[in-house]
Design a protein around this ligand. Structure first.
Ligand SMILES: Cc1cc2nc3c(=O)[nH]c(=O)nc-3n(C[C@H](O)[C@H](O)[C@H](O)COP(=O)(O)O)c2cc1C
Length: 245
């Protein structure tokens, strides 16, 4: 059964009292975040994924400022279905990468994956570089079910049918937070990369990081001062991705 959490109907959310320890928008913008002087447009447009990092440590205050901005994201029913674990220990980072290698080794050995060595090698490169960043933030999605989800379960719809009608508001909420976080990292002079390839080793990484009960690994985000030049990727033109009716 899906645990009952919040409705993502904003009218319901509006009636709820703020929980203890809740932060107002002003409180969430801590002193360091307030020092960010780049415009939103610059931060969004100039951000790019960074995959090589200098070893300089990232102060806790800076990570807290990034997470403090990330949790201001719009999210379904204000359920805030996320949890963040910041990993600084070099040994632990490397154990996480080893878990990803092990998951890929298992895949490479499966008869169904025979002849796919090249794809597995490419994934390996893009799934393990996080270990060399001074800090890696693991992002977990927490159990979430709105009243709409419960109604669809009660109607007996399959997971596929429910996903067709709901499109995972929990993961959409998480994505909004992660995008804010990588943007905040860039605005503070850091590089970061939103990574889901390491989620292939989710069970092992969850065991290593011991997140709260029910938390599921959704992404890793290595953060550090960028080593080398920023490389910006291109985007499809607007008239390809925007239609008017
Ligand atoms: C959901 C998601 C998952 C991603 N996973 C990975 C990953 O596992 N490894 C990686 O190197 N990059 C990953 N990326 C980064 C993308 O490759 C990158 O955002 C894209 O190529 C556009 O480049 P830019 O971020 O520099 O603009 C991911 C990005 C997103 C949004």
């Amino acid at each position: 059964m899906i645990p009952r959490e919040h409705a993502d109907d904003p009218r319901e959310a509006a009636g709820r009292q703020p929980s203890r320890g809740a932060t107002s928008p002003d409180a969430a913008i801590d002193a360091r975040a307030a020092l960010i002087r780049v415009s939103l447009a610059e931060a969004v447009a100039a951000r790019c994924s960074v995959r090589r990092f200098l070893p300089d440590p990232v102060p806790h205050d800076d990570v807290e400022a990034m997470v403090g901005l990330a949790v201001r994201a719009a999210n379904a029913g204000n359920a805030q279905p996320w949890h963040f674990v910041a990993v600084e220990g070099e040994d632990l980072r490397h154990e996480m990468a080893e878990a990803v290698h092990a998951a890929l080794d298992v895949m490479a050995g499966l008869p169904e994956c025979a002849g796919r060595g090249r794809a597995i090698r490419a994934i390996r490169t893009h799934a393990t570089f996080f270990a060399d960043a001074p800090v890696v933030v693991a992002v977990f999605v927490m159990p979430y079910a709105s009243q709409a989800d419960e109604l669809l379960v009660a109607r007996g719809l399959s997971t596929d049918e429910r996903d067709r009608l709901r499109q995972r508001p929990d993961l959409q909420s998480l994505g909004a937070a992660v995008q804010l976080m990588v943007t905040a990292a860039h605005a503070m002079g850091y590089g970061a990369c939103w990574m889901t390839a390491p989620v292939l080793a989710a069970p092992a990484i969850e065991e290593l990081l011991a997140p709260p009960p029910g938390a599921r690994l959704a992404a890793l985000m290595p953060i550090g001062r960028p080593a080398g030049r920023l490389r910006h990727s291109t985007r499809r033109p607007l008239d390809e991705v925007l239609s008017w009716r």
